[in-house]
Structures are given as C-alpha cells and as structure tokens.
Design a protein around this ligand. Sequence first.
Ligand code: PLP
Length: 372
Amino acid sequence: RFETLAVHAGGHLDETTGAVAPPLHLSTTFGRDALGNPVAGHSYIRDSNPNQSSLETALAALEGGAAALAFSSGMGAASALLQALPAGAHVVLPEDLYYGVRAAARDYLSKWGMTWDAVPMHDLAALREALRPETRLVWLESPSNPLIGITDLAAATAIAHEKGARVVVDNTFATPVLQRPLDLGADVALHSTTKYMGGHSDVIGGALVFREAGLFHEEALHARHILGAVASPFASWLVLRGLRTLPVRVERQARTAHALATWLETHPRVEAVHYPGLPSHPGHEVAARQMSAFGAMLSFRVKGSREETLAVSARVALFTRATSLGGVESLLEHRATSEGPGSTTPENLLRVSVGLEHEDDLRADLDQALAG
Ligand code: PLP
C-alpha cells in the first residue's frame, strides 16, 4: 500500500555498516573491475549515482511508473522532457501553468526548432482544436499554478492520445498521495520535488516518472546525462527522506486547507476563493473524481485593490510571506509581485501554501490580517 511504499521504497539496510538510515555517497566516480566494467553499476556521477538511483526507485513506486528520473530542479525535469522531443515538434500548454514552464516555452522552444500554443485546458474542445499532426506533447497541470484550476486528466489524455501526442502531467500540487496521473493514462508525471516531496523547504529537485520505460524515457535520460541537470547525492538523500512522511503530511495539510478555504469563502473581505474542494469551484466534480482529497494549495482574491491586498499580506504574522510551497510551514504570497512584469495573475490574488500548523492558529492569523 502507498503508505508502506512511502516508508520503504528505495531503502534497504546498509550491508557494510547495518545503518538503517541510507548512507550518503558523495563519490563522483566509481571503480571498475579488471575488465573495465563498473563494479556496482555506477560509473560517473552525471550518468548515475547511488543516492539518485535510490530516490528514483522510490519515485517510480509512488507514482506507479515503470521508470523515474531525478533532476536538479523541477525546471531541469521540464527542460529535459522538452529536449527529448524532436525538432519540428508542436507542444500544447495550458493557459494557467507554472510561469517558469511558460517562460521556458516562450524563450527556448523556437530556438530548439519547436512551436507551441496555449489553451484553456478545462475546455476540452479547445484542446482538440489545438492539436496538429506534428503535436508531440500535451502539457497538463492540475491543480494549476496559481489559479488552482482543474483539468479532466483522463479526458484530456484520451484526446491527446487519439492524435498521437504524449501527455505529461505536472503533479507537483497534488502529489501521488492525492492523484495518480499515470493510472489515468498519462505518459509522464512531473514533479518539482522542491515542494511536497522534499517537504521542508530545504532542497531543490525535480522528477519525471514514466508509465513505460521506452524511447521517451531514454531520450529524457540522454538529455539529463549530456546536458547535466542531475540531482546531487545530498539533494536526492533529502528528497528520499521527505518521501518517508509524504502521505501523513499531505493528508493533514489538505484537510487544513479544505477547512480554511471553506471559512475564507464566507469572509466578507474575500471576493473569491480558488480551491477545488469547494462546490463553487468550476472543477469541483472533476477534482472529486480524480483526486482523493483536494490538496493544500489555495488562492483567494481580496475585495479591493492591489494596495489593499498587499496590506493584508503585510499583516500576516504566522504565515510567512514567501514564494514556493509544500513545506511544513504555511506560506502566503502576492503572486503577481513574485511573477513580475508580464504576470497575468490578478493583482488582488494571494496564494497560500497550507503547512502543518494548527488550523485554528492559521485561521486566526488570516482573520486578523483581513480585518486590518
Ligand atoms: N511546477 C510547479 C507546479 C511549480 O510550482 C514549480 C516551482 O514553483 C515548478 C514546476 C518548478 O520547480 P523548481 O522550482 O524545482 O525548478
């Protein structure tokens, strides 16, 4: 079962010392036998290393994939997947998407001889219309960043597959605890392991988990090997440690987020709450079908201007004003400011990553910040 895999996958008693916690192998190079073959499968740290391999075993088990690759960052994982596509490929992205991936498409895809379009991914007819014979990849993100939109993953995947395109789902917000894109037909699940998988705001990493260990996996592995976005041993060690407690953290954080979203929706100073667990969310029914709970990310719009919204954010005392998500501490962010020039995020939107503090303390902090 998932919780058991989370604790044990990729782990074993160290044979030389009996250590229960995994050893950290910092070696950059590995010995070969008299015939020139690597003694234990590893050769050079950029090809593979023991801590990265243990993490990959665990990631594949948790997402239910045939193979996993760990990367130096979520963007390293996203770039390697795009670099695995042939020149001339067309990519379909969702309009609401982690802004780094949108920036990567804007600044690099044409340099790499590719084209792309962005569609409102909740509109499956728009997706169908955007697909071309040369479309090689459909990018899905659900819940999406920062508007917490929902895409019907099974339906969008079926449409993409009909036209011969592969599908990647950025599963960073949901994690495999709450949503399993590969079981819904997707070809690849992507993670910024910097978030829930690391879980403590102290490590950067990324991952791709493949439903099948075929050509796509090999091309992404080749991109990582040659272009170099490997996970360091210590980063791999920290992410694997984070995975051990992933289910308990995410389940509790999602429960608290659901309670806070329900309360925020009734607050007189709140214009709207974006949280898929609320029946008012347009993607609520789809989310209820494809997620076991609704996640620990929410955003809300303050009734008022950019300045009034920034004033609310300035008053929080328990929430930390910071970007990123998925750690044990709750974070609050004026997303348009973090995204900077070119951001399309509404100026009255605050994004919240709900941590492991007590629900009542978090509610009280938001209440005093909203009361001004
Ligand atoms: N995908 C999502 C949904 C994210 O929120 C992020 C980072 O915030 C990324 C990908 C990129 O990950 P990283 O910052 O580890 O490169």
